[in-house]
Design a protein around this ligand. Sequence first.
Ligand SMILES: [Zn+2]
Length: 464
Amino acid sequence: MCEEKLIIDNHQQTSEHMIKIKLIIPVFISIFCFSISCFSQTPKPLKTIIVDAGHGGSDAGAVGEYEGSLRSKEKDVTLAISKKLVATLQRELPDVKTIPTRTTDIFQNVNEKARIANQYHGDLFICIHADSGPLKTARRQIGTRQVTHYKTTYTGKGKRKKKKITAKKVEEPVYQYYKLPMKRAGTSVWIFASHKTSDKLKAIIDNEEDYNIEADDSLSNNVDFNSPEMKPIVAIYAKRFQLKSINMGMLVEEEVAKTGRPTFGLNQRQVGIRVLQSTNMPAILIETGFINNEEDERYINSERGQQELAESITEAVKRYKAMLEGGSSANNLVTKQADDPQPPAPATDKYTSRSKNVLKRIDIKQSNFKVDLYDDGDIDGDIVSVYYNGKILLNNKKLTEKALTLNLTADPTRAENELLIYAENEGDIPPNTALMVVTEGSNRTEVRITSDEKKNGVVIFAKK
Ligand SMILES: [Zn+2]
């Protein structure tokens, strides 16, 4: 504690020097020094907000690629929304300094963005991004063409063997290939999860390879969060910023949900959001919408959509500021929990908020069994979360014709093990339908699972 105090006192003189050092020493050490140097015991009011328009310049981010898309670039969308957000924040909170990381189409890597945020001593860092994901390719016939096929035949044997080539004209279809838009739509809010790996977080990390948060993918992320050098940084971040980041993220999530657009809750990730981790302040990243979803792309490119997002985020900032400065019970909550940061588990509320519909009981003889989940019937974009004995295993996963595989172990302390399917949506064709295939040794059982906004689909596994 003494050492930290000492550094705070010297901070004014050393900060300029430190910025110079930061440029030449490895990034993880610089973050460490910076974090320690700014450590303070009293809660800071909200004086400075940094708004980061994701990507920029040669880094376009995600681009609209589906047929009929606006071909918009994420870097332009994030800049337009950020500009409106900065203007709205300055209007609504004139006493707070709001600083953009960029106001033009320039390239900045994540270290540069974090450096700006730290240099201005931001109290809150808001990154604006737009989401994307892999697109399916489809084809349509646009005509035919004449092609000549040649057939070679032989007559005779030995020296008399003769080769004969016959030409045959055939009509072949000509196809045009195009990209289909994504069905997934909506806003998600991300924070950097810096402390122990919760089950929920583990589920996200293990299962979301295909749904990568793209924020920093253009840069290699060599930071090993379990390394001895990183551990103190991670601990400091956890103590100081994580709860505030969670609070801010939840408020944004709430405010965006009020507009009626789909939201994906507050998500946390231990790796891959370096820009959040590198900033010495509470930080959130907002994926405003999917650039490859037809409706979302138009929304995030429209004046109305951009302004609505800017106002929702501003409203969240106002509530966050009141929480920090009001000395209300909400503020006490932040301070009290800061000693032992425990991210709230909104998923648990979801888990208990709907009634359970037990669809099948399966007797199992072995402790280990496999569950494969597919979309049943039409592949219509059904999204589910899956809980096993109350713990989340899959979070917000899309069902497709490809299996989502779970390798499960029967809990020896339970007579019954419960697998619960929570419908995150009802796809294009309600209700949410899944085909579950349970494999235990050589036994195979199929269960059709339906779940909707009132009922969770439940399968019970009883150990014989
Ligand atoms: Zn991005």
